[in-house]
Design a protein around this ligand. Structure first.
Ligand SMILES: [Fe+2]
Ligand SMILES: [Fe+2]
Length: 174
């Protein structure tokens, strides 16, 4: 079954949105690098890579359904954050935005009775619950730490360790 034109257009935009998220998180990771927060940089880099995988899920869905893809321009990002907290907030706010995009897409897929697209989008909707949770937790921890360098380094260490674990799990999956 061909994908409804409007749904297809929105999915193509979502490929761009997910790649923009990857770009934004790469900027956040690079900001953490510049602050010598290597653990947080690694954790955020892992997230950037996940966003590329998200874009690829939409890409694969459309290609498998014999649809042609429109490649939109990816917006520039500014990684000059004022603090680690501000950088984390940028990631969290972006996740909230993406959740809305996914929910709108789900509504559209439902309106045009496209069960395959709905199933794909349901996966994304659940993923967004997790994505909001992890980025919100980082915001909360950095809010608690405020300007306490020791606390900040502890958070950095913890996130570095969890990024290492994620990386090992990725390798097991490959
Ligand atoms: Fe995503
Ligand atoms: Fe995300």
């Amino acid at each position: 079954m061909a994908v409804d034109q409007k749904l297809k257009d929105k999915m193509c935009e979502q490929i761009r949105n997910e790649l923009h998220a990857a770009y934004l998180y790469l900027g956040v990771s690079e900001y953490f690098e510049s602050m010598a927060l290597k653990g947080l940089a690694k954790w955020m880099l892992h997230h950037a890579k996940e966003e590329i995988e998200h874009a690829m899920k939409f890409y694969r869905h459309l290609v498998d359904r014999n649809e042609r893809i429109t490649f939109h321009q990816i917006e520039a990002v500014n990684s000059n954050y004022k603090s680690p907290l501000e950088a984390a907030k940028a990631a969290y706010n972006h996740e909230v935005k993406v959740t809305k995009q996914i929910n709108d897409l789900y509504k559209l897929a439902d309106d045009v009775h496209d069960p395959a697209a709905k199933e794909l989008l349901l996966w994304f909707a659940k993923e967004q619950v997790e994505e909001e949770e992890v980025t919100r937790t980082l915001v909360d921890l950095l809010t608690l730490a405020q300007n306490d360098t020791k606390e900040l380094l502890l958070i950095d260490y913890r996130y570095g360790k969890s990024a290492k674990k994620d990386h090992e799990e990725d390798e097991e999956e490959d």
